[in-house]
Design a protein. Sequence first.
Length: 401
Amino acid sequence: MSQRMIAAIVALAVSAGGASAREVKVGVVLPYTGVGAEFAQQMDRGLELYLKLNADQVKPYTITLIKRDSKAPNGAEAKVVVQELLIQDKVDAIAGFGYSPDAIASAPTISAGKKLAVITNAGTSFITNLSPDFVRTSFTMWHSGYAMGVAAAKTLHAKTAVVAYTDYPPGKDSLDAFKNAFEANGGKVIDAIPAGGPGAVPDFTPFFQRAKDEKPDVLYVFVPAGDHAVAVVKTYAALGMRAAGIKLIGPGDIVQDIKLQGMGDAAVGLVTMLHYYADLDNPQNQRFLAAWKKEYGADSTPDFMAVGAYDGMAAIVHAVQATKGTMDGDDAVKSLLGWTFDSPQGPIMIDPETRDIVMNEYLSEVVKGPDGKLHEKVLSKTDHVKDECKAQAIGPCAPKK
Ligand code: PHB
């Protein structure tokens, strides 16, 4: 065999070997410790479960997750770990962001690194405008808030509302979204009450007492799920607000599936709007629930955060295949424009204009089932809901010129 032939064979072997051994590194940024630790567990499990169930789809590549803790929900640590992941670990993509401040603070670093960054929770609408490398598979506060504003006026026939919200970007977004839709449909928001921050669960009593004294038809509350949500429902019950004729409504964050059973009967009758509840009855969700329980225990349940991450990993796997494992940032983002997926929440799409998710929204009521457990009963479904803040180009949601 000639030297030239040997060299050609070696080159072929290296390139083939390279392709089959191509490892794609995904940096995962989640609040593994602190107030958001349960969120991180949900999202971590969602990412891992997708990979486990779809190992064949990843071939001939391998995906390695490099996990970093974003700690407190203020963006400071997230920004540092994003930089480390991009520069030291040389990751090919980033996934995660439990809290909006984490994604907001990291945006300039993400842009400089030019790698796909898939947002699996953080819900402030304008975040995707902060970097061309962001793609969001979770939700925006406008998806649920706007749809709930319409439903409060048209379905619940509410005329007046008080809004209480955790005082940071997604809380303000949820307020704006609800108010925009509720008032366009004949309602009036008579007060908007900032109710503490995301870092610690406040005593909601003074905020809700103020709302009770104002006698609205509905109290619309946004809190970042978790223990905040449990405290909201307990305070609503303790103040006797239902008996006073005030309906508690909100985005589904206030009845997060992993917290629902712990809320007890106080939660029965709560009406919320969200793109995912574990009780959704569709074949993809049945398969997802069965796989989740097999993997994480019969008593465990996924929630909307788990699904945002599961769908996020599906998006990353799509990008890996579409770029033949190179994960060039521009190409990876481009491959996801218009991408569709049959998610446990129903069909989803990445809007090619905004890089944000388009999905169904479900109006749902908490009921007590024959099994003695609390369940979400879907009252109605709206298909293909887009982020209305960007559709209306409101403030920082307007496209960057
Ligand atoms: C956010 O910080 O964007 C966030 C956190 C928890 C939620 C919703 C939004 O339930």
